[in-house]
Ligand binder design. Structure first.
Ligand SMILES: NC(=O)N[C@H](N)C(=O)O
Length: 276
């Protein structure tokens, strides 16, 4: 999987100069009342963020709550240079985090133990945990953050570290393996209020109906190509693209080819709907 497309991470100028407007490579970007699409072509050097207490680090903020409590999470692509990282990565004591490594290697130290994450490595970091992160040679990873919703009588989840390839994917019923989900969180563990999964559709496989449900979603395409049906619009997406879906945004898709269509998926789960 070394030749998979990656976010541009630099300002795209084709040979021969800038294209006419009719050929702009970034014209799949969309922001609607129900969803946003951020194509990899627009994740350029000019839209990075910096954050306090991080060094040699650049952040692409893919998602963040926009309207108070109606949205639940933020998601970043983080790029660390050699030796980059932080001794105080999280400044919000109520924020839980999940890290999914896509390039290079990061070392996370938490509760006195150091864990190395390479491509496919995953870490769950509970709210309030003290942790540090460093990349000796440089790394790229996703960082998903959510305000943890504690429930009286239910302990908070423990930190854990795992690897995508060590988890057996669950096949969706009657899809003959065409649609499968790798679950980082145990779906029966109600301490968790977010699920992070990797959804894999084999070429030609479909999500055959418009799933319309209360969970908010972040979808980062890790591999391949597909066509997504989002709230009555068909959108072509490929590796490096991000989709943010508001609660209830109808969603279905089919996978192109020739490789599997694979994406990292966030959703909020296991809690009562907050009442005003
Ligand atoms: N868009 C999706 O892949 N949605 C998932 N099936 C899900 O919400 O679990």
């Amino acid at each position: 999987m070394t030749d998979k497309p990656k976010p541009a991470r630099n300002y795209f100028v084709p040979k021969g100069g800038l294209p006419p407007q009719s050929q702009l490579v970034t014209d799949r970007a969309m922001f609607t009342e129900a969803f946003a699409v951020i194509p990899r072509g627009v994740l350029s050097d000019i839209v990075t963020s910096a954050l306090p207490f991080w060094d040699k680090a650049r952040f692409w903020v893919l998602a963040r709550p926009l309207s108070g409590f109606a949205e639940t999470f933020s998601q970043y692509i983080v790029e660390l240079g050699a030796g980059g990282g932080s001794d105080r990565p999280e400044t919000d004591p109520n924020a839980e985090g999940a890290i999914f490594a896509v390039e290079g290697a990061v070392e996370i130290t938490l509760e006195g133990a150091t864990h190395s994450l390479t491509e496919g490595g995953f870490a769950y970091i509970p709210a309030g945990a003290k942790w540090t992160i460093r990349a000796t040679k440089g790394a790229v990873f996703h960082w998903i953050r959510k305000r943890y919703i504690a429930v009286e009588g239910l302990p908070a989840p423990d930190a854990f570290f795992t690897q995508e390839h060590d988890i057996a994917p669950s096949e969706m019923p009657d899809t003959n393996g065409g649609w499968a989900t790798t679950r980082f969180m145990d779906p029966t563990d109600l301490r968790h209020d977010m699920h992070i999964t990797i959804v894999t559709l084999q070429p030609g496989a479909v999500i055959p109906f418009d799933e319309t449900h209360v969970m908010e979603h972040g979808l980062y395409v890790l591999q391949g190509k597909g066509v997504y049906h989002l709230n009555q619009r068909w959108v072509e997406v490929e590796a490096g693209d991000f989709m943010w879906l508001r609660a209830f945004c109808p969603q279905a898709c089919y996978a192109g080819g020739p490789e599997p269509f694979r994406y990292l998926l966030y959703k909020d789960v296991n809690r009562h709907a907050a009442l005003p």
